[in-house]
Design a protein around this ligand. Structure first.
Ligand code: BGC
Length: 755
């Protein structure tokens, strides 16, 4: 493993400065709080000779543009939505002896930047020898507050170690310099005109503020910065932005400290103006030290519940904590925002939300921060009207079809075979709702949001599928795309049929539950969605008769055609031709028996009760041989199933590749943002893979194994008001109740009580 960062359990530090790594490190060192996201751009800007990708994002704040099709068709998605790269306010320019600080040209020693995972800070330090020979020690700290979602803060301290200088400090709010998307990379393509219009501006003493407006979506975005320095600064409105600046003479032993409190807000046309409120927030923001203390306290609490440790492998531990930290930073927490595929760390996938949230990330929050899981599901409830509209556009008279990729609910997938056709997203969301109910028993949520989602998604399946004579009267679902984007528009994708069947059952169960326990809510829901109790019988019948193909020579087909496609031995594909989607026409790929990512293996992993251990082994071996893992969502799932079938070495290898995928830039596109679903996948590998956690008989079941490479590992999970710590060594597992009432759980199939 390349040791680009020293293996430290609680920090990720870049020691020295390598210009070629700048863009990638800007993603790795990004900070966020589910609303504001700031890439790890250097305070003073891009060094001469290096390339940067600037970025400040507000989750859910986007502009849109019509999609231009060469040949459009009925019901095609109409608009691109692209997260806005909003005005930048984190910068601080330094100039001494007339020289602007520039890592490319200035004399810099001891440069170090570190993401501090316990403190939630980005910290940077170096010394700068100015042209006159004065030596300045510079320390920068930056945070995006996890407790005050509209606030971020920057602190820059310059100490004069020797000599004397006149130091100029500059700061401003300016429109972001927007990097071009790559039109040839479907993972990174973006709308064309992404500039925002500049609106109101304010420059008054230490205070600066600026407004930007989106062109089509009508957002007003406001940023206000209050500067605190022990010398008066001067602010001014400048072309396209606002600036602030101050000068200080420093001689040996003296220092200057600049603090910036940065507030962001956004409102749509029909919402109240946020100009004054944002300025007020910046003015009243506490000092950096106070914000840093709050941040630490918040994270202490988070790590107490989300704790993980691995004895004997610091590199992995660093990777896992780094992942969890970024997931926390990415998650929308107000019920109006979700988690973008790249979090708030870059513009890859345009800030869109996918199934990644429900299938990969939500389980992490469900067992670490269930409140966050609830907020993410509330977001899905909030976009139900758009999902209903989408279902109608796709020809369904009833039900709701969630957009494959979206920000505000509208389908944005311009390539429907690998986008809109992925109907399984309905089943993924429904499963997440049901899992949330299982883990929390939060009947209020089920009554207010969950049941409605289940009903509307169940209705969709009934409309999509039908009872087919050709399949002996089974309920079939044709012409959809499963999770595997290299096999599109298929019949009876096993994963889709499975999540659909579960969705149909759970909708019926949710209604029965509400009817028995919350009759008033039940009546309200039935009226609101015009639900007839007989509908539930139809759902149950379809679930019961859902088509699942028999195995052929022990192999379950991923879909009706998969086993009949042309074989394409993976070892015949040279490394430079991967990922396939970048080197072959889609039709060439679709014709072959090759998978981009775990699909059937995901189905077996999540619904293992339908398979014998031998079936799991055979199917693992087969699908392992036809999967390229061109999606970062793939390897974690293979790792989990490998654990279950006792192939711990294979599980370990897949896990290793997943756990540090971004830190080691394994997919070579970390510069465009971090792979959130994969980051969550690594958590799932520990808890569900090596820890073997499953839901069984109304409780949790564990079957921990310890890879030979580790002395042991531990993790905590929350479940129905308890926090349970699982400690595993090569000699076995121990369970400890950290909080809550005693509970019975399964350990390798045996019921044990933990107290
Ligand atoms: C994967 C999808 C995923 C998307 C966003 C694609 O490469 O195939 O499963 O939802 O990336 O992460």
């Amino acid at each position: 493993m390349p040791a680009k960062f020293p293996f430290e359990p609680w920090r990720v530090a870049e020691v020295g400065f390598v210009p070629a790594n700048l863009r990638e490190n800007e993603s790795l060192f990004a900070l966020g709080n589910g609303f504001i996201g700031m890439r790890g751009n250097l305070e003073e800007g891009c060094p001469t000779g290096a390339e940067t990708i600037e970025g400040t994002f507000l989750n859910g704040v986007f502009d849109s543009e019509p999609i231009t099709y060469g040949e459009a068709g009925f019901g095609y998605a109409k608009n691109h939505e692209t997260i806005c790269n909003v005005m930048d306010a984190k910068g601080v320019a330094l100039r001494a002896d007339g020289e602007a600080l520039d890592l490319g040209t200035s004399r810099i020693d001891g440069h170090c930047r570190a993401l501090e995972l316990r403190e939630g800070l980005l910290r940077r330090s170096f010394t700068w020898t100015t042209p006159s020979g004065a030596v300045l020690a510079v320390t920068c700290q930056r945070l995006v507050s996890l407790t005050r979602l509209q606030l971020a803060a920057v602190q820059v301290r310059v100490q004069c170690v020797s000599g004397a200088v006149e130091l100029e400090l500059g700061s401003g709010i300016r429109p972001a310099v927007i990097a071009e998307g790559d039109p040839n990379d479907p993972r990174n393509a973006a709308g064309k005109d992404r500039r925002l219009e500049v609106g109101r501006r304010l420059a008054e003493g230490g205070l600066t503020a600026m407004e930007q407006r989106t062109k089509a979506t009508g957002f007003s975005i406001v940023c206000a910065v209050s500067h605190r320095l022990d010398a008066a600064g001067v602010s001014a409105a400048a072309k396209n932005g606002v600036t602030w600046g101050a000068k200080r003479n420093l001689s040996a032993g003296e220092e200057v400290v600049l603090e910036k409190a940065i507030a962001y807000a956004a409102a749509r046309r029909d919402e109240a103006d946020v100009w004054e409120q944002t300025i007020d927030l910046a003015v009243r923001a506490p000092d950096f030290g106070v914000l840093a203390a709050e941040q630490r306290a918040y994270l202490d609490d988070f790590w107490a519940g989300a704790g993980m440790s691995i004895q004997g492998d610091d590199a992995l531990l660093q990777g896992l904590r780094f992942n969890l930290f970024h997931l926390l930073q990415a998650a929308g927490r107000d019920g109006r925002r979700n988690i973008a595929a790249k979090g708030l760390t870059g513009e890859g996938y345009e800030g869109h939300y996918f199934w990644d949230t429900e299938a990969y990330i939500l389980p992490v929050f469900l067992h670490t921060e269930p409140e966050v899981a609830k907020k993410l599901l509330e977001y899905r409830h909030a976009i139900l009207p758009a999902a209903r509209e989408r279902a109608r556009a796709m020809g369904h008279d009833k039900g709701a079809l969630f957009a494959w990729r979206t920000i505000d609910g509208e389908e944005c997938s311009a390539y429907f075979p690998a986008g809109s056709a992925q109907y399984h997203i309905d089943g993924d969301i429904a499963k997440a709702v049901w899992d949330y109910w299982y883990v929390t028993r939060d009947l209020d949520f089920l009554a207010a949001c969950g049941a409605e989602i289940l009903v509307e998604t169940a209705r969709l399946w009934l409309d999509v599928g039908f009872y087919s004579d050709a399949k002996g009267g089974s309920f079939v679902i044709n012409e959809v795309t499963g999770p595997d984007e290299y096999n599109v528009m298929v019949d009876n994708n096993r994963y889709t049929n499975r999540v659909a069947a579960e969705n149909l059952r759970h909708a019926a169960e949710a209604l029965a539950l509400l009817r028995a326990q919350r009759p008033a809510d039940y009546d309200r829901l039935c009226r609101a969605v015009d639900c007839d109790p007989r509908e539930a019988e139809d759902w149950l019948r379809a679930a019961e008769r859902m088509y699942f193909a028999d195995a052929e020579d022990g192999i379950y087909p991923q879909d009706d055609g998969f086993l009949r496609r042309k074989p394409w031995p993976l070892d015949a594909i040279p490394a430079e031709k991967r990922p396939l989607l970048m080197h072959y026409h889609p039709l060439h790929i679709y014709r072959h028996q090759v998978s981009k990512q775990a699909d059937l293996i995901l189905e077996i992993t999540l619904f293992g009760e339908h398979y014998t251990p031998e079936e799991k082994r055979r199917n693992f071996a087969f699908y392992d041989g036809v999967t390229t893992h061109d999606s970062s969502l793939s390897m974690a799932i293979f790792s989990i199933l490998a654990c279950e079938i006792g192939e711990i070495g294979t599980a370990y290898d897949y896990f290793m590749a997943s756990a540090r995928l971004d830190l080691d830039d394994i997919h070579r596109n970390t510069k465009d943002g971090l792979h959130m679903a994969n980051m969550a996948g690594a958590w799932n590998c520990i808890v569900k893979g090596f820890g073997g956690m499953r839901y069984r008989d109304d409780t949790l079941s564990f079957a921990p194994v310890c890879p030979a490479q580790w002395e042991g590992y531990a993790f905590s999970v929350r479940f129905r008001g308890r926090t349970i710590e699982v400690r595993v060594t090569r000699d076995g597992a121990e369970y400890r109740l950290i909080a809550g009432e005693p509970i019975e759980i399964y350990d390798h199939g045996e019921l044990v009580t933990i107290r």
